[in-house]
Design a binder for this molecule. Structure first.
Ligand code: ATR
Length: 273
């Protein structure tokens, strides 16, 4: 029951009405019996919104598009990962001290580690936006060898250089003697309403490779369907979404929520939409 002691959490974004974060966190609060609610805030004035976190004593806030980098100047501290990638998707409020974290890379890595050990794996990463950037740092920390492709070569090259990883000019996960063991789509290619698109040709998907897509609308993207046809192991976008949310929840509460009910709730919502 919501009462005088209920703790408030939320997500700041714009647009934000379609955010799935309230589903993740309210479900987990309920299952763990915590007196807390999580709402979506469509923010116009970011600076004022951050003042509101302190002023009203919100316990924790998620940050989404387009504020993940813009929010940084208004925070008191960044954890080392958020500092490195210059992106924040999670804020904690400890007695008015606001600290920024990013769980995007951790979410991706944990989604993969649910299926395969990552240490030393050869990863072909598509994209150079915020999601790809967070993933690339986390994958590198896990000791993966990464080859990166991006449609805009200048952006891809800049990220590859920053990380000391290889940039490749074609979306091909097999280059010379180098064969990817993991392929990750961190672009929006294949997302509704462009379900007919895939970032990689089907014949380039070799049997036994693990293919992960961050796109979750639709859940079974063309990339994942073709990967299955080729005998690849697949991981859909819902997996990473659930994992990055669970990591946020753990940062705020110190409790690790069960992942399966989160995925079940998300799947239900996505199928209904
Ligand atoms: P996010 O924060 O979700 O990563 P983003 O920063 O806008 O979003 O990045 C989107 C990524 O998808 C980029 O790598 C983008 O490639 P460009 O840098 O060339 O723009 C990629 N992307 C989006 N639409 C694409 C398309 N139709 N074909 C290829 N890549 C695409």
């Amino acid at each position: 029951m919501i009462d005088g002691r209920t703790q408030l959490y939320g997500v700041m974004g714009n647009p934000v009405r379609h955010s799935l974060s309230p589903i993740i966190h309210n479900g987990a609060f309920k299952r763990l019996g915590l007196n807390a609610v999580y709402l979506a805030f469509e923010v116009q004035d970011l600076k004022e919104a951050v003042r509101g976190i302190r002023g009203l004593g919100l316990c924790g806030v998620s940050v989404t598009m387009p504020f993940k980098t813009a929010v940084i100047p208004y925070l008191d501290r960044l954890d080392p990962t958020a500092e490195k990638i210059q992106s924040v998707n999670t804020i904690t409020n400890r007695q008015g001290l606001l600290t920024g974290y990013s769980t995007d890379g951790r979410g991706a890595v944990e989604a993969l580690e649910g299926k395969i050990p990552l240490q030393g794996k050869r990863v072909f990463l598509l994209g150079a936006g915020g999601a790809a950037r967070a993933m690339a740092f986390s994958l590198k920390e896990r000791g993966c060898a990464i080859a990166l492709f991006n449609r805009s070569a200048d952006k891809g090259l800049a990220l590859a250089k920053e990380l000391g990883i290889e940039f490749v000019a074609l979306p091909s996960p097999s280059l010379g003697g180098w064969k990817a063991e993991v392929i990750i789509n961190a672009t929006s290619v294949g997302m509704h309403p462009h379900e007919d698109q895939s970032p990689i040709a089907q014949e380039d998907l070799q049997p036994g490779v693990t293919v992960m897509d961050i796109v979750y609308r639709p859940l079974r993207t063309r990339l994942l369907k073709e990967a299955e046809n080729q005998g690849c192991q697949t991981i859909d976008g819902l997996e990473m979404l659930a994992q990055q949310g669970a990591a946020q929840f753990e940062i705020w509460t110190g409790l690790r929520p069960e992942i399966e009910p989160i995925k079940k709730d998300l799947r239900q919502i996505l199928i209904a939409r």
